[in-house]
Design a binder for this molecule. Structure first.
Ligand code: C2E
Ligand code: MG
Ligand code: MG
Length: 752
């Protein structure tokens, strides 16, 4: 339901329906204007079978004139005669009798018209003294029109009740149609009231021979009473007899039926639905264009065959839909990426996705590097070329770009194997180099795919993006985001707040693992290792959350906190004046941070600590960004006195290159080599030669992961300097580490 309420189409429909049901009429002014315009343009003459005899006298006809006029008309042998004016018969009985005689000559052809006010109630009869007499002796019809808020006549019943008697309405009687009191008839406003044939009563009387003009016609004896005028669509205020004729003519068509506003709403909604959810590209535009045509033309066409289809609610529905879409598009335009002008990925995240769609994000390898290489004016061209390749490959028109090298779009949800091979095809498109200005770049792309229909769009885009990063990190072409990882994604998104909570509550803490000087068999330092006992998820391995914190860009706060804590611990452990060395780990992602050196300086200065007591362990990882800045940062830190250590040596992607590039003091041989030196000649050879290499370069060598005495003994023989491992001490909280160190120190230094 909440999804429906976010869809512009359903919002528009609900408002339109609410308007119909409540009868509030928000859209009424539209329709008034609409019908008024339609009938200004669409006009046809009133059939010649009607003739108005205009008495020219608002006060009604006196007995003498009435009887002369009636006789004159009767001599013309009309088909029917309607008397739509009052007869002021006076007191002269013989004159009255003359009128009666004249009337009686017509037999059943004469009918009296009673004009009713808008609220046609039975009270009317009391206001007209002649009325009961006429009603009792002649046939009477009533002209009774409902007037809308703008003063236009809209409909008339077929019958009304006067004084307990049902009488036909003028229009129904003229049209010769009979129906119940509940039924309504709707005038045919295409008849131009100005074309009704009219003759002045005085002219008839003068000529005294009206035969040819009247024969076989429907004659209405009428007066030009201005008080009775009513508004008629397309023609302003007119004499109501024109309405009665238009009502009668409407009844001559095959149908005379009101389809209600809902019929038009249904048609327009179906079109908008097709345009919004089903159609694409050109078809979508055609479907949308059809809406105004349908709104304008369909009611006219239906009206031509007698079906009334009021477009008010449909217009309201379309107008609201259009307004919301325009507003959404404006917001989207405001969400363009500044460099390329492509829509920002947030625009996709904040919108709604129709059913049956997959979200795809492509991560462009080395995007930042290429942007850094290109001159500024070509940045947009680069992004556009990527977007064009995507469009060519998959037909998606809307490509969204993140500030970095991610591009997202929406694909029709094909079966998985088809979707994967479709993306493989798209990947192949990127195998040919991109030409931007005079530059040529190879581009490798990695796709992330989200198929979790029904999940919020923002979450889906993030999922696809995370998957594309994962694909890139693992060197894979495509990574599918699996539903069970949504909880993980939510956790990753909340990582910032979680880390802050963990630091505040003490759930995140540092464990210290001793490092031994092999030659002297003494503890000479420790490595600070981060720990997280999450209140809900339990202990989280440092690798797991450090990787996530790196991904989420939240590693800074953690690193500075670790240094702060570790420096405090170093000072405590150095209280006895030993040279106790503390190692901390620096994430590859942090090494090129511009503020790194200042932050480290500020932290040690605040504690008044000597940077020489701190060893910074750096691991070679793919997350390291700008190598030049990284080397510069590390050089500066080293110049300030910090020791530098290359951690996990032998496992990184380019350990030897790293060793050549980085200014370092120490090399830590990774556990995976150390743990096998007893059993494997090869591993033993690797470790021995690494120790030699390090010594040649003037480095201290630390072996980590020593789990038994035999390994320690062998490393001692190989000339390794420092040792770390479970055999020598597990990572532990500061208090117990301090206790153990104090005990060991006394025994080591013979103080017991
Ligand atoms: P690392 O820097 O190589 O740390 C050594 C890891 O080996 C630690 O795992 C330690 O508990 C484990 N270890 C030590 N001796 C032995 C042994 O004899 N046998 C075995 N099986 N394992 C041993 P831990 O604490 O799980 O840390 C894993 C990694 O997480 C660390 O590897 C380091 O890369 C990273 N890490 C830990 N704390 C931090 C931190 O504060 N910041 C950063 N950026 N990374 C950290
Ligand atoms: Mg380490
Ligand atoms: Mg290590």
């Amino acid at each position: 339901m909440s999804r429906l309420l976010r869809s512009p189409l359903w919002i528009a429909l609900l408002i339109a329906l609410a308007d119909v049901i409540s009868g509030f009429g928000i859209g009424e002014p539209f329709t008034q204007a609409y019908w008024n315009t339609v009938y200004k343009v669409w006009q046809r003459p009133v059939p010649r079978s009607y003739l108005i005899v205009n008495t020219g006298n608002n006060g009604g006809l006196d007995a003498v004139t009435a009887s002369r006029l009636l006789d004159c008309i009767n001599s013309g042998n009309p088909a029917r005669v309607y008397i739509d004016t009052s007869l002021n018969l006076g007191q002269d009985q013989s004159a009255k009798n003359a009128v009666k005689r004249s009337l009686n000559k017509f037999g059943s052809k004469v009918v009296f018209v009673k004009r009713m006010a808008n609220d046609f109630s039975s009270k009317i009869e009391k206001s007209d003294l002649n009325f009961p007499i006429i009603m009792n002796n002649y046939r009477v019809v009533a002209s009774a029109w409902s007037i809308n808020f703008a003063g236009f006549a809209e409909s008339s019943p077929y019958k009304i009740q006067i004084g307990g008697r049902e009488i036909e309405t003028f229009a129904a009687d003229l049209g010769g149609a009979h129906s119940g009191r509940q039924s309504l008839l709707y005038p045919d406003f295409s008849l131009d009231p100005a074309t009704i044939q009219t003759v002045a009563a005085s002219a008839l009387l003068e000529r005294n021979d009206a035969t040819p003009q009247l024969t076989g016609r429907t004659v209405v004896i009428s007066d030009p009473n201005p008080g009775e005028m009513i508004s008629y669509f397309g023609h302003g205020v007119i004499h109501p007899v024109a309405l009665d004729i238009a009502g009668a003519e409407a009844l001559h068509r095959p149908f005379a039926f009101n389809l209600s506003e809902l019929a038009m709403v249904a048609v327009v909604f179906a079109l908008l639905y097709a345009g919004h959810h089903r159609a694409r590209g050109k078809t979508k535009r055609i479907v949308y264009l059809a809406v105004p045509f349908v709104l304008v033309l369909l009611p006219i066409l239906l009206r031509a065959i007698g079906l009334l289809a009021d477009p008010t609610a449909a217009m309201l529905c379309a107008a609201i839909f259009a307004a919301i879409r325009i507003w959404q598009k404006r917001i989207r335009r405001a969400q363009l990426t500044s460099v390329s002008g492509l829509p920002n990925i947030h625009a996709l995240s904040s919108g709604d996705l129709p059913n049956g769609r997959d979200v795809v994000v492509v991560s462009i390898a080395r995007f930042d590097e290429i942007m850094a290489t290109l001159p500024r004016h070509l940045h947009s061209e680069y992004a556009h070329q990527i977007a064009r390749r995507i469009t060519v490959g998959c037909g998606a028109r809307d490509i969204f770009q993140s500030d970095g090298g991610h591009f997202a779009w929406v694909e029709e949800a094909r079966p998985l194997d088809m979707q994967l091979s479709h993306l493989e095809g798209l990947r192949a498109l990127f195998s040919s180099p991109l030409h931007i200005g005079s530059y040529v770049f190879d581009s490798n792309v990695h796709f992330g795919l989200d198929r979790n229909e029904g999940v919020e769009t923002g979450v889906r885009v993030n999922s696809a993006m995370a998957s594309s990063n994962e694909a890139r990190n693992h060197g894979r072409g495509i990574e599918l985001f699996e539903a069970h990882r949504l909880a993980q994604a939510a956790w990753e998104l909340a990582l910032h707040a979680n880390i802050d909570d963990g630091l505040r509550n003490g759930d995140i803490w540092l464990a210290y693992q001793a490092q031994w000087d092999i030659a002297t068999n003494r503890i000479c330092g420790a490595e600070a290792l981060i720990r997280w006992n999450h209140p809900v998820r339990g202990p989280i391995a440092p690798h797991a959350f450090i990787l996530q914190a790196e991904r989420a860009g939240r590693i800074d706060a953690l690193t500075y906190w670790v240094l702060d804590e570790a420096v405090g611990a170093t000072l405590a452990l150095n209280a006895h004046g030993d040279h106790f060395q503390m190692s901390i780990n620096l994430s590859g992602q942090m090494v090129d941070k511009p503020e790194l050196v200042n932050s480290f300086t500020e932290i040690v200065a605040r504690h008044g600590a000597n940077p020489r007591l701190i060893t910074i362990e750096v691991t070679e990882t793919t997350t390291m960004g700008n190598r030049a800045i990284a080397v510069n940062n590390l050089t500066q830190l080293r110049q300030m006195g910090f020791r530098l250590s290359i951690d996990d040596f032998g496992t990184g992607e380019a350990s030897l290159a790293y060793l050549a590039d980085l200014p370092s003091d120490e090399l830590k041989i990774d556990r995976c080599f150390v743990s096998r030196i007893i059993d494997s000649d090869r591993e033993r050879a690797i470790v021995a030669s690494t120790i030699q290499l390090a010594h040649t370069l003037g480095q201290t060598v630390v072996a980590e992961g020593i789990e038994d005495a035999a390994t320690l003994a062998m490393l001692r023989d190989m000339g390794c300097d420092l040792a770390q491992g479970f055999h020598l001490g597990r990572p532990q909280p500061l208090t117990s580490f301090e206790r153990e160190y104090a005990t060991k120190r006394k025994s080591q230094f013979g103080l017991v």
